[in-house]
Design a protein around this ligand. Structure first.
Ligand SMILES: [Zn+2]
Length: 305
């Protein structure tokens, strides 16, 4: 009799858990994935990914992208919680990531960017870009809402201006824009990346205490589900493999100017944009090796290094 009742309890438990899971997945909008408890990723088009965190005191959203994406994200948030949207955090200055801030301001959120991004956004207003409500300086800021703390890390002049890596230490989750893109070669002509600083930042990221990440671009099989720290390790390795490949050929006496069209890295042949962009990636690393790191600027006092 005792055994039977145990079985009944087990069946009931399984049924309840299954029902709960079904309801949970049914209530999530199509373009949203749950990364962890109260942490979600959102994408409108499958190319740009944002993250939002639902705390007991309201919502923290990261990366507005543009007005259409921002409106879609707010609609998705509203399907999950009634809680007020308190913050929209920008990762860096580029128009294709930092537009759409006005939509969050109109929804009652405070928009925040690192001061370097903030200054650029003031000086280079894109058609769909709103100057953030607040800026922050130095290398680190924490934002706490309800029970959740989000760490904002500025790691240097790796890509764009004011590039911020976001970390939820309690849940070991990161949000990383542009610095890591799983299973894709480097972006196009690798624009506005200081390669050496980028490598330093990737080393710092790899040493950070996180397991999962939402990456702003992602070519994993299920990109809405984010990625792992391993993606950052793989990204750094690709940069180093391109450079090592260049030096190996130049050592043999090969004309370096022929290498962008002849050098292959078969290890990455299944990565997105391998045929299209690898030659441009090689040009960019080659130019960096010839000319020295660019873009670069002296420290104008925005940092507290
Ligand atoms: Zn960018």
């Amino acid at each position: 009799m005792k055994i039977v009742s145990k079985q009944v309890i087990l069946i009931l438990t399984v049924t309840i858990i299954t029902a709960f899971n079904t309801v949970t997945s049914q209530t999530l909008p199509d373009n949203v994935a749950k990364i962890d408890e109260n942490v979600y990723s959102y994408s409108l088009d499958g190319e740009y990914f944002s993250m939002f965190i639902v705390t007991t005191d309201g919502v923290i959203a990261i990366e507005s992208i543009n007005s259409m994406h921002a409106k879609g994200m707010i609609a998705a948030i509203r399907q999950i919680t009634e809680k007020p949207i308190k913050y929209l955090l920008h990762s860096h200055n580029h128009w294709d990531h930092a537009s759409g801030g006005q939509v969050f301001k109109d929804a009652g959120g405070k928009t925040i960017a690192h001061v370097e991004a903030f200054e650029w956004m003031k000086a280079n207003k894109g058609r769909d870009m709103a100057v953030p409500d607040e800026s922050w300086g130095g290398n680190r800021k924490d934002i706490t809402l309800g029970e959740t703390t989000v760490e904002l890390h500025y790691l240097g002049m790796n890509h764009g201006l004011g590039m911020t890596v976001f970390l939820i230490p309690e849940q070991k989750i990161a949000y990383i824009a542009d610095l890591v893109t799983p299973h894709r070669v480097l972006f196009n002509i690798v624009p506005d990346f200081n390669i050496k600083e980028w490598e330093k930042s990737l080393e710092t990221i790899i040493n950070m205490d996180f397991e999962k990440a939402v990456y702003s671009h992602n070519h994993n099989t299920n990109p809405l589900n984010g990625g792992l720290k391993q993606d950052a390790i793989d990204n750094l390795q690709l940069i180093r493999d391109i450079r090592a490949g260049l030096y190996a050929e130049m050592k043999k006496g090969t004309n370096p100017m022929t290498l962008p069209s002849t050098m292959k890295l078969p290890k990455y042949k299944d990565w997105a944009m391998y045929d299209e962009w690898l030659p441009m990636n090689i040009w960019r690393i080659l130019l960096d090796e010839f000319m020295g790191p660019f873009p670069w600027r002296p420290n104008h006092g925005y940092q507290d290094k």
